[in-house]
Design a protein around this ligand. Structure first.
Ligand code: PLP
Length: 427
């Protein structure tokens, strides 16, 4: 559990940062966040002298675990040569070629700095390309912290989105139409009414910001067909799933292609990144070849390019996927055994190397189902695991991730902690 040093740092931080942190989920670790001094492989080490097995992995990017030697070497090598030039580098050419090979052969890439910037740019590009102004998103899907996507479902009767944050004008939110994830009929209804004004449908192919919710068979294909029928673009937001479900991400995994892909997290090897990728015809609308504006002082940052390239080269061996998949399968099986042994009302959703447990009766196939789960019980599981040196996502609405560093021994130790934690939950 977080100790004295973390507590005093947090107390100081409360006077320095709104809510004491620089991204809200970090404050979800109760009673206060632990502060980290270093990390290696599957472990993070806190300033209080604790070692934690990390299943959060910085909310997704660290698919190779912490401080992977190949990434470290690539970053060091780049640092020696200087770290920011404001001109193009060889590295960005190499990383773009890798990405395009798996996502949009023959297409183009724009590097930005966060997933937020990637979806913001992709949406502007879709609007600029189609000349249309509406977008369709799904209630409970997260695409970053910009106005068009900080929008959730309005009343059941209205498709117009409502702001989920103060400061997002209603007029902006109304340009975002909100459908229900895994409910094609809800998308069809919107498209029947607004289809010829919809620039893009944006979706997380696996909803990863409402726990983990896989697409129902036919859902993504149905979105593809609806987008085609109405001349809208399909934006696959693979910020989480890109390079996670395999080199080709969810689009390869489920066999459905988007017109544009947004990437982030893993593809930067743990450094800030966002990517928009798509066919040349659409991508060329971006500045300077086109008139859809995008620019960035840090776009295609050389250190990020080096880290991303090294990461993908290691991923291409296939071994990280094998280890991460096995770790997740064993943990999910252990959870399911415990759920049945203790007769807990809970269900586990799982795709490859990401999963989440929901304390709820019945299946979770939508963010609305996820919202019905007992978050208090989840918070207790989180706390009991933390006491035993295991760090899972502090919020039910995040995913638990495994990595190439979660070896059999690490998972064995985690399963012991899970057994102890469930014993306590039952008390
Ligand atoms: N899109 C998805 C699917 C995400 O999960 C996230 C972040 O978690 C984002 C976009 C935003 O990315 P970033 O936090 O890098 O801005």
């Amino acid at each position: 559990m977080p100790g004295e040093r973390s507590r005093s740092l947090y107390e100081e931080a409360l006077g320095l940062f709104p809510g004491g942190v620089n991204s809200p989920v970090r404050a979800a670790v109760k009673p206060y966040p632990f502060y980290v001094s270093r990390a290696e492989g599957p472990y993070i080490y806190t300033v209080d002298g604790e070692r934690l097995i990390d299943y959060v992995l910085a909310y997704g990017p660290l698919f190779l675990g912490h401080r992977h030697p190949r990434v470290l070497e690539a970053v060091r090598e780049q640092l020696e040569k200087g770290w920011l030039y404001g001109t193009p580098t060889e590295l960005e050419v190499a990383l773009a070629k890798k990405i395009l090979r798996y996502y949009h052969p023959g297409g183009m890439v724009r590097f930005v700095n966060t997933g937020t910037e990637a979806t913001m740019t992709a949406i502007r590009l879709a609007r600029g390309y189609t000349g249309r102004k509406y977008i369709v998103k799904f209630n409970g899907c997260y695409h970053g912290a910009h106005d068009s996507v900080l929008v959730g479902a309005g009343s059941a009767a209205a498709e117009y989105g409502v702001p989920t944050s103060l400061g997002v004008p209603e007029e902006v939110a109304r340009l975002t139409l909100v459908a229900r994830y895994n409910d094609l009929e809800s998308v069809e209804r919107i498209m029947r009414q607004y289809g010829d004004q919809v620039a893009a449908i944006i979706v997380e192919p696996v909803a990863g910001n409402a726990g983990v919710i896989p697409p129902k068979p036919g859902f993504l294909k149905g979105l593809r067909e609806l987008a085609d029928r109405y001349g809208a673009l399909l934006i696959m937001d693979e910020v989480i799933t890109g390079f996670r479900l395999g080199l080709g991400g969810a689009q390869e995994y489920y066999g459905v292609r988007g017109d544009l892909t947004t990437l982030g997290k893993i593809v930067g090897g743990g450094f800030p990144i966002g990517v928009v990728a798509g066919p040349r015809e659409i991508m060329e609308k971006l500045t300077p070849s086109g008139r859809v504006f995008n620019a960035g002082t840090f776009n295609a940052h050389p250190v990020t390019m080096a880290a991303g390239l090294a990461t993908i080269e290691v991923l291409e061996t296939g071994e990280p996927y094998r280890v991460a998949r096995e770790a997740a399968s064993r943990l999910v099986k252990a959870l399911e055994d415990l759920i049945s042994r203790y007769s807990v009302k809970a269900t586990v959703n799982h795709v490859e190397n990401m999963f989440q447990v929901f304390f709820v009766d019945g299946d979770v196939s939508s963010p609305e189902d996820a919202a019905r789960s007992n978050r208090e019980l989840y918070a207790r599981l989180h706390e009991e695991l933390l006491r035993r040196g295991v760090f899972i996502a502090p919020s039910q609405m995040e995913a638990v991730f495994t990595s190439a560093a979660h070896t059999r021994e690490v998972v064995d130790e985690t399963i012991e902690a899970l057994e102890e934690a469930f014993k306590r939950l039952g008390e």
